[in-house]
Design a protein around this ligand. Structure first.
Ligand SMILES: [Fe+2]
Length: 334
């Protein structure tokens, strides 16, 4: 037939080399996987080809193992569609999905392995935004009256214990009601709460930083979206233990994304997003000497929590070595 000849010509015009593609039809539950892999075999990007080989294999095995029904597959497609619709510049439902399934922690632990002695990483979470404003050392990231006072200080050091100059510390947390700035801004009190996030330049050569904050509280991950509903349906609770997010960057060192948690929090061992590490659990001192509260810049003469924490960064070479050790261990474990 003429149309078939034309189709073959068109394939050539499109640069499709049919001889390099599998010549199979009649896909079965057994043959489909090998055929999809064969269709992907000409991918010029070796890493992408490898990732899709694994993805397709595991995805197909998942469908076979569960005998997934058409209805269940459509539920999954609708779920992902709705998850995408939830995403905006300040709401990332897919990160929340990755977090609650433990994928974020898994990717993080592979990619940010640290040698013993370095500060351990923790999940970024869905509330990080790029638009933190500058806060001078010793100043406040939290609006007055948004929670109990907390003063945070420490130093940014390298693995040899030497101070790192010019580190930039990006920090964000909930207010005393468990809300992030991006959540509260939607209630149109943007200006009052914007300071729940701050970017601090370590202005001193000794790597020291300090800022006023509030004591963060445990909070539920957003329950108005697809992920919150999924977590509830799975019979899980939606809470994260209280934590203070911190990201530290310095020239010549790997970026550290971590969080500090608080001793005694009831959700430390069942964090909805699996972020807690014992090395990151803090036991802040309660400073009752209110003259010190005033001296540290708090408006009212009230007690405050005092959190002292150094952050130990690694060089790219030290990080690479830690990842190599981890990869070797994983291979042994397999
Ligand atoms: Fe958080």
């Amino acid at each position: 037939m003429e149309s078939i000849v034309k189709a073959a010509e068109k394939a050539q015009e499109h640069g499709i080399d049919l001889s390099k593609l599998p010549q199979n039809m009649n896909m079965t539950t057994e043959s489909i996987t090998a055929n999809v892999l064969a269709m992907n075999a000409n991918c010029p990007d070796e890493r992408m080809k490898f990732i899709f080989q694994s993805l397709v294999t595991h995805l197909h095995d998942f469908v076979r193992e569960t005998s997934l029904t058409s209805e269940e597959w459509m539920t999954a497609i609708n779920f992902l569609t709705e998850t995408g619709k939830m995403c905006t510049d300040i709401r990332q439902e897919f990160i929340l999905l990755s977090d609650t399934l433990g994928v974020s922690t898994l990717v993080d632990s592979i990619n940010n392995a640290k040698p013993p002695g370095a500060t351990e990483p923790s999940v970024l979470g869905p509330f990080f935004t790029e638009d933190a404003h500058d806060v001078a050392n010793g100043e406040s990231i939290a609006s007055e009256g948004k929670g109990d006072y907390m003063y945070v200080e420490g130093r940014v050091l390298n693995m040899e214990g030497q101070p790192i100059a010019n580190a930039v510390l990006d920090t964000w947390e909930t207010d005393g009601h468990g809300h992030y700035d991006t959540q509260v801004s939607q209630l149109l009190i943007f200006r009052a709460i914007r300071k729940m996030i701050g970017l601090l330049g370590a202005e001193t050569d000794d790597g020291s930083y300090a800022y006023r904050a509030v004591v963060p509280v445990s909070y539920p991950i957003p329950s108005d979206g697809t992920v919150g509903k999924m977590v509830t349906k799975l019979g899980r609770h939606v809470f994260r233990p209280a934590h203070l997010h911190i990201q530290v960057q310095a020239p010549g060192y790997e970026k550290l994304t971590t969080s500090l948690y608080f001793k005694g929090d009831p959700y430390l061992t069942s964090d909805a997003v699996f972020g807690v590490k014992t090395s990151l659990i803090m036991d802040p001192e309660i400073v009752t000497d209110v003259s010190l509260s005033k001296a540290r810049g708090f408006k009212d003469a009230k007690p405050h929590a005092y959190l002292k924490r150094d952050f130990i960064l690694v060089t790219p070479e030290q990080g690479a070595e830690a990842r190599r050790v981890l990869a070797d261990r994983a291979r042994v474990a397999i």
